[in-house]
Design a protein around this ligand. Structure first.
Ligand code: FM0
Length: 323
């Protein structure tokens, strides 16, 4: 016998960042975070539990993955096998839909889609809240990809109350322009980078304290639809995360010269009255929060410095979709 489930989940970009765990195993964060789900990037995942299989198989973009990668997926599916009391092995087929070939892969949409597909297949009927806690066990940022629009991941007090909540659908002229900057250097994963920062950066305590304030303030800005305040908090919080990494020992930086160029373009646009604000994650790409109605003005300015294929415009994305 076999049971099947399939789901789609969208990527998200944190405006208040998650950068550090207080519990590595259960993926409990040091601070609450807040993101915008984006529609330009999503993952579709199908899972088929089949009692004729002797092991799990994981295909990513039609390619069968090696043992190490498949083990991570197997460990994650085990959470569902345990809850649903089944021991069938599974075939997982996952496809990332990205606007350009250059990067932007995401564990957030990946584990959110896998969690939703497993829930569907096992008929566990988990609520979105429970689903976000399952997704969290795959990757912290995946917690937030269960919902659309602005989403908060509450740090919680234990593994049962650290989940995501939807804050606002962001359908009030909110958009993002993403500048894809290719890096030749081998990158440090978020998982390793944040661990290293927690362990060695003397700025870490100040970072966590600032995030507590920023989360409160950004939620007020969203409530009041105060875009300028929303943007200023976003830009400052992102820079502070990177400052915390620069304080690590040895220091950690994901910036490239072109990242700084893109940031300066944003500052220049702001001087000309276009409200736009940048943020960066564990890589050189620059994400610009803007009015969706002004995204093309920003894109045109960026085209003076970057190739058109490097610039992606997106609106807010929805929550998980069953397929
Ligand atoms: O998304 O170790 O979720 O809040 O993207 O798998 O839990 O890949 F800027 C970095 C995401 C980190 C900020 O880390 O780590 C954010 C970041 P995991 P993730």
């Amino acid at each position: 016998m076999a049971v099947r489930g399939k789901a789609r989940a969208y990527g998200n970009i944190a405006l208040i960042k998650y950068w550090g765990k207080r519990d590595e195993k259960n993926i409990l964060p040091m601070n609450s975070s807040l993101s915008l789900t984006i529609e330009c990037f999503y993952t579709e995942t199908e899972v088929v539990f089949d009692d004729s299989l002797n092991e799990d198989y994981f295909y990513l973009n039609d390619e069968l993955q090696d043992k190490t990668t498949t083990k991570k997926i197997s460990d994650f599916i085990d959470l569902f096998r345990k809850a649903a009391r089944i021991n069938m092995k599974a075939t997982v087929r996952s496809t990332n839909y990205v606007p350009t070939a250059a990067g932007l892969a995401s564990s957030a949409s990946g584990f959110a889609a896998l969690a939703a597909a497993c829930n569907h297949a096992t008929r566990l009927n988990l609520s979105h809240r429970e689903l976000s806690m399952y997704a969290r066990r795959g990757s912290g940022s995946a917690t937030r990809s269960i919902y659309g629009g602005f989403v908060e991941w509450k740090k919680g007090t234990n593994e049962e109350d650290s989940y995501a909540v939807p804050i606002d659908d962001a359908k009030w002229d909110i958009g993002m322009v993403i500048v894809i900057i290719n890096s030749k250097e081998k990158k440090v994963s978020s998982r390793e980078g944040m661990k290293h920062t927690v362990l060695t950066s003397p700025f870490y305590k100040a970072w966590v304290e600032t995030c507590e304030k920023d989360i409160k303030e950004i939620k007020l800005a969203i409530r009041d639809r105060d875009f300028e305040r929303l943007g200023l908090i976003t830009e400052r919080n992102g820079l502070m995360m990177h400052a915390t990494m620069l304080g690590a020992n040895p220091p950690l930086s994901y910036w490239e010269p072109d990242s700084v160029l893109a940031m300066n373009v944003v500052r220049e646009l702001r001087r000309k009255g276009i409200l736009c604000y940048f943020t960066m994650d564990a890589g050189p790409n620059v994400k610009i929060l803007c009015r969706l109605s002004e995204a093309n003005i920003i894109k045109n300015k960026l085209k003076e410095f970057f190739d058109e294929e490097q610039i992606i415009v997106t609106g807010p994305g929805p929550g998980i979709v069953l397929l």
